[in-house]
Ligand binder design. Structure first.
Ligand SMILES: *Cc1c(COP(=O)(O)O)cnc(C)c1O
Length: 358
């Protein structure tokens, strides 16, 4: 009855260990829907990596609201990626001591140090992403402010870089130069927390800045880096034969030709969405498809479900927990209870069950 993520346990854990071993100081990122696995599971897995002797000391979450989900399952430090703002209450002390705040505005630094003069924090520098971060000038002022707050613990410089294979080294070098100029007290900004650098870029930066520590924050390529270890399936819940002209669904559409309406598990509540309509949608193209008897021409839209290796069409937009597919006459008709494959975006899908196989 479920939308299920089945994980090949040994293969997945092998991949996690390989990534952790190749990235000392890695900061696993567990945020949002936990990349499909849930936050709690990722926190336990990060702890497992640390227990196995990997250099994993900090787990990153996206928001302060996510801290309770991970704080009891992971025992190390906790980096919050969303920059702290004055309206965000500080976590209670037991968790608070483990939290490293991201600070991206000078005014917030002032407020945070006022609220907790011993706060642990990273200073975020604006990158070409233009999401959050201080300009070079603000970083200098932050350095000045921090020199007056010896109790604060600056854990490093945070850089959030755009996705993309390569091309970040010169930008990172420039930003590090600004950070050095800021003269933040202590070891200050000599730890650089980065995202989306390739292994080659990390190696190059480590060579160039031998007295710096680079700590890659990694989510997708850690948890989802070996797609072959993951399988997503839905269950066929019902099968109904239809003739041409028979009505079905919430909108009482009629079947354009004989076939079967299939009810499968998974709907909008799971994040199952409409795929792009198939092919070219110009009038001429539609007329040509219609002439060939193609179903997309009558408004059927490609679904993420596939049966016997073929991607199937939605009979109508997905419902909350189930979806209707149209299977034209001539295809093998699956049995009720059979599993069918589903292609999903893991970061946007809520599974009913995550099964770790082995
Ligand atoms: C989400 C996030 C990451 C991890 O991104 P992935 O693409 O999942 O590896 C790293 N840094 C920041 C600031 C993020 O928000």
């Amino acid at each position: 009855m479920s939308l299920t993520l089945t994980v090949d346990g040994p293969r997945w854990r092998g991949h996690l260990e390989a990534v952790a071993a190749a990235h000392p100081g890695i900061v696993p990122v567990a945020k949002g829907n936990g990349y499909g696995f849930t936050l709690g599971r990722l926190a336990r897995k990060a702890q497992w990596l640390a227990d196995r002797g990997h250099d994993v000391r900090t787990l990153a979450v996206g928001t302060y609201d996510e801290l309770p989900e991970v704080a009891t399952r992971w025992h190390g430090d906790l980096l919050v990626l969303t920059p702290w703002r004055p309206w965000v209450p500080l976590p209670e002390p037991a968790t608070g001591k483990r939290v490293v705040h991201t600070v991206s505005r000078l005014a917030d630094l002032r407020d945070l140090l006022h609220a907790d003069p011993t706060a642990r924090l990273v200073l975020e520098r604006m990158t070409s992403m233009r999401r959050h971060g201080m300009a070079a000038r603000e970083l200098w002022e932050a350095g000045e402010l921090l020199r007056k707050h010896p109790g604060a613990r600056v854990e490093g410089l945070a850089l959030h870089l755009p996705l993309g294979q390569g091309g970040h080294v010169s930008e990172v070098s420039r930003l590090i130069t600004d950070a050095v100029g800021a003269d933040v007290p202590g070891s200050g900004l000599r730890t650089v927390w980065v995202s989306h650098l390739t292994d080659a870029e990390l190696t190059s930066l480590r060579g160039q800045y031998a007295d710096f520590t680079f700590r890659p924050r990694i989510g997708t390529s850690l948890w989802l880096g070996d797609r072959g270890a993951l399988r997503v399936t839905a269950t066929v819940l019902d099968v109904h034969p239809v003739d041409r002209g028979d009505a079905f669904g919430y909108r009482s559409r009629t079947a354009p030709k004989p076939g079967h309406v299939l009810v499968v598990s998974g709907g909008t509540a799971h994040g199952i969405g409409l795929e792009a309509p198939t092919g070219d949608q110009s009038m001429k193209a539609r007329a040509a498809t219609l002439a060939r008897g193609g179903l997309d021409a009558v408004g059927f839209v490609r679904s993420p479900y596939s049966i016997d290796g073929k991607q199937r069409l939605f009979a109508e937009p997905p419902h909350m927990q189930a979806s209707l597919l149209f299977l034209p006459h001539g295809s093998r008709v699956p049995e009720v209870g059979e599993d069918v494959e589903v292609r999903v975006r893991y970061t946007a899908t809520t599974f009913d069950r995550v099964v770790i196989d082995g």
